[in-house]
Structure formats: structure tokens, C-alpha cells
Design a protein around this ligand. Structure first.
Ligand code: ADP
Length: 207
């Protein structure tokens, strides 16, 4: 929550002089008690101030965790996403394995006519490898998780909502996409590693 200038001043006054009555705060700010009422109600509801009957307002502050949580909730996918690793749906399972090693990723995004068509993960390739199929002639199109079952996100999505999706669906990565007339164009990759980076940034930001 963004505080306005007067709310900021009220907090300063209460911090220095609390407990202090609404009348006294109003006097210091040269406004009427009625003018202050909405600000005091907001600050009380938001947890900055506490009002004790016949005593006045005193500073309660916001817990650090609550502040961190509010900051975390503002972070968007676009700030943390990585470059996507994209392959064509006709690539063989064998070449997909090589690509995973080369690109050092655990998930490949599959396109058809440059638009998102599916996702291939390590497990999909392991499953294909323990069968009797010839991996050099097996197209990933056959083993991928395909649209419309692919979960994806957009750059403007909030990270905490995307994390919830990753947890709920028990997957490691999401393609970041842009909607176009031709379909979903892949612009990025959002993975559990990106989530770990958010965590590290928060830790280091307080040092
Ligand atoms: P791993 O196979 O390395 O454990 P995941 O847990 O991400 O990786 O993948 C598990 C299954 O979920 C695979 O079958 C994969 O195709 C599928 N999958 C992975 N990412 C997505 C996604 N974004 N949307 C839908 N299905 C996915």
C-alpha cells in the first residue's frame, strides 16, 4: 500500500509522540479531526497504528515479513524470465536429448510454424528411452505434452501467481508467451531456477 504525504506525517507524529489522540494529531497538522478520520482508519486497518480507547493512537508498525510479502507480490515474470530454448516438432527424440545437454536446460519448448505446440521434459525423453523405439527416428511431436494442455504465462503475470501454477501442476518450467493472431509466440522461459533467483535477490537486498 502506498501512503500519501499526510499519512506519512501521521505515522511520524505517532512514532515520536504516541500514544496521542486524534485531536492532538489534527492540531499538529492544522486540520480538523474529521479531515483526519479516513487517514487514521486506513492506517489502523493497514496495521501501522493501533487505537486504544481513552489513550490514543500508538505506532504498531508493520511486521517485516508483511513488508517483504507485499514487495514479493509486486514482482512480475518479465523481470526474472530466461531465454527460451525452442525446437521444432519434427526434431528427433535423440536430437532433443543432445539439445537439452547443449543448452543445459531440463525443458524444451516445441513449436509448429513458430508457434507454441508443446513441451518436452527430461521425463518425457527418459520414458521414450526405456521403450524399444528408435530415438533417432521418433519425432518429439509424439512424446511431448501438447497444446491445449501446456501451461504458460506472460511477461506481465505476477510471479507469485505463476509459482502457484508451477506448484499446482508439479512442473519445472513454463513458456512465457505473447498472444498473436497466428498463435502463441514464445518470448521466454520461467523455471524453478528463476524463482530461486527471486529468493536470492530478496536476501541480498537487505544486506
Ligand atoms: P521433469 O520431466 O524433468 O520432471 P517436469 O516435472 O516439468 O520435468 O515435467 C513433467 C511432465 O509435465 C512432463 O510430461 C512434461 O511434458 C509436462 N510438462 C512440463 N512442463 C509443462 C507445462 N508448462 N505445461 C504442461 N505440461 C508440462
Amino acid at each position: 500500500m502506498e501512503l500519501n504525504q499526510r499519512q506519512g506525517r501521521i505515522i511520524e507524529i505517532v512514532k515520536e509522540e504516541g500514544p496521542i489522540t486524534g485531536e492532538q494529531i489534527a492540531e499538529k497538522l492544522c486540520v480538523t479531526r474529521a479531515t483526519l478520520r479516513p487517514d487514521l482508519a486506513i492506517l489502523t486497518m493497514a496495521g501501522y497504528l493501533e487505537a486504544r480507547p481513552r489513550v490514543g493512537y500508538y505506532y504498531k508498525g508493520k511486521s517485516e515479513l508483511k513488508q517483504i510479502s507485499e514487495e514479493l507480490k509486486k514482482i512480475r515474470v518479465g523481470t526474472y524470465q530466461s531465454k527460451p530454448v525452442v525446437v521444432d516438432k519434427n526434431l528427433s527424440a535423440y536430437d532433443a536429448i543432445c539439445k537439452m545437454f547443449d543448452a543445459d536446460v531440463g525443458t524444451l519448448f516445441v513449436v509448429e510454424n513458430n508457434m507454441l505446440a508443446g513441451v518436452v521434459s527430461r521425463k518425457d525423453l527418459l520414458r521414450a528411452s526405456i521403450g524399444t523405439q528408435n530415438l533417432t527416428t521418433l519425432p518429439i511431436n509424439v512424446i511431448m505434452t501438447r497444446m491445449p494442455n501446456v501451461n504458460y504465462c506472460k511477461e506481465a503475470d505476477l510471479v507469485h501467481e505463476v509459482v502457484q501454477l508451477i506448484i499446482d501442476k508439479q512442473i519445472d518450467a513454463l513458456p512465457v508467451v505473447k498472444e498473436t493472431e497466428a498463435g502463441l509466440q514464445i518470448t521466454g522461459r520461467f523455471t524453478k531456477t528463476n524463482i530461486a533467483r527471486v529468493f536470492l535477490d530478496i536476501v541480498h537486498s537487505t544486506e
